[in-house]
Write a protein that binds this ligand. Structure first.
Ligand SMILES: Cc1cc2nc3c(=O)[nH]c(=O)nc-3n(C[C@H](O)[C@H](O)[C@H](O)COP(=O)(O)O)c2cc1C
Length: 192
C-alpha cells in the first residue's frame, strides 16, 4: 500500500486523547500548510484560532458535541478530552459566503498533516457558534465554520463494512468501529 493510502486509512476521527499537550508551534505548522490549499476564486478567506490553554480548551469543549450516534457521555472518557483546538473561521470581510467546501479542504489537509506527525483529532461541526464566539471573544468579522479537536490518540478505531446500509459507527470492547461503503457502492457509473 502506498504511504499516502496508509495515511488516509489510519487518519480516523479520534475522540479520546492522552494527557499530553501539543506544542503551539506544531499547531501553527498545521495552519501554515493551509496557505497552499485550493481556495474558491483564491479568496483565502479562511482564518484560524488556536486554542491550546486548558482554561480555554474547557470553554470550547463545553460547547461541542462528540459522536451523536453513541449514547450520551460515551466519549470522551474522563480525562481523555481533546488537548487543543483549531477553529476554522471565515473572514466575512473577504467573503460573505460560508465557503464550507473550502473549510472541508483545509480541514482534511490539516488532519492528514497532523496524523503524519502522530497527532490525531476529530472535525466537529456540531458546536454552539454563539457560545464559542463569546467564550473566545471572536469578532463579528469572523464566522466559525468548523472546530478541529486535537490530541495524541488514546483509543482504537477499526474500519468495517457497511451492513444493511447501516453507516452508524459503534463501540465494542472499547474499539470504535467505523463502517465504510464498498467501492462498488460509491461508483455510480463508469464510462471507460
Ligand atoms: C464536516 C464534518 C463534521 C463533523 N462533525 C462532527 C461532530 O460534530 N462530532 C463528532 O463527534 N464527529 C464529527 N465528525 C466526524 C464524523 O463523525 C466522522 O468523520 C465519521 O464518523 C467517519 O469516521 P472517520 O472520520 O473515522 O472516517 C464530523 C466530520 C465531518 C467531515
Amino acid at each position: 500500500m502506498l504511504d499516502f493510502e496508509k495515511l488516509v486509512l489510519s487518519s480516523r476521527s479520534i475522540r479520546n486523547f492522552k494527557d499530553k499537550t501539543i506544542d503551539t508551534d506544531i499547531l501553527k505548522k498545521l495552519i501554515n500548510i493551509t496557505r497552499f490549499c485550493p481556495s474558491s476564486a483564491n479568496l483565502q478567506s479562511l482564518k484560524y484560532i488556536i486554542v491550546n490553554n486548558p482554561i480555554f480548551c474547557q470553554k470550547v469543549f463545553d460547547n461541542i458535541k462528540f459522536a451523536g450516534y453513541l449514547p450520551n457521555g460515551t466519549v470522551p472518557k474522563p480525562n481523555c478530552e481533546s488537548r487543543a483546538y483549531i477553529i476554522i473561521c471565515n473572514d466575512n470581510k473577504i467573503s460573505k459566503n460560508p465557503l464550507l467546501i473550502d473549510a472541508g479542504i483545509v480541514a482534511q489537509t490539516i488532519m492528514l498533516y497532523a496524523n503524519s506527525l502522530g497527532i490525531s483529532g476529530c472535525m466537529v461541526g456540531s458546536f454552539s457558534e454563539k457560545n464559542i464566539k463569546s467564550a473566545l471573544n471572536i469578532k463579528d468579522d469572523y464566522d466559525t465554520a468548523l472546530v478541529l479537536a486535537l490530541g495524541y490518540k488514546n483509543e482504537d478505531v477499526e474500519i468495517t463494512d457497511v451492513n444493511n446500509n447501516d453507516i452508524k459507527y459503534y463501540r465494542d470492547n472499547n474499539i470504535h468501529y467505523i463502517p465504510k461503503r464498498e467501492l462498488g457502492d460509491i461508483i455510480i457509473d463508469v464510462f471507460d
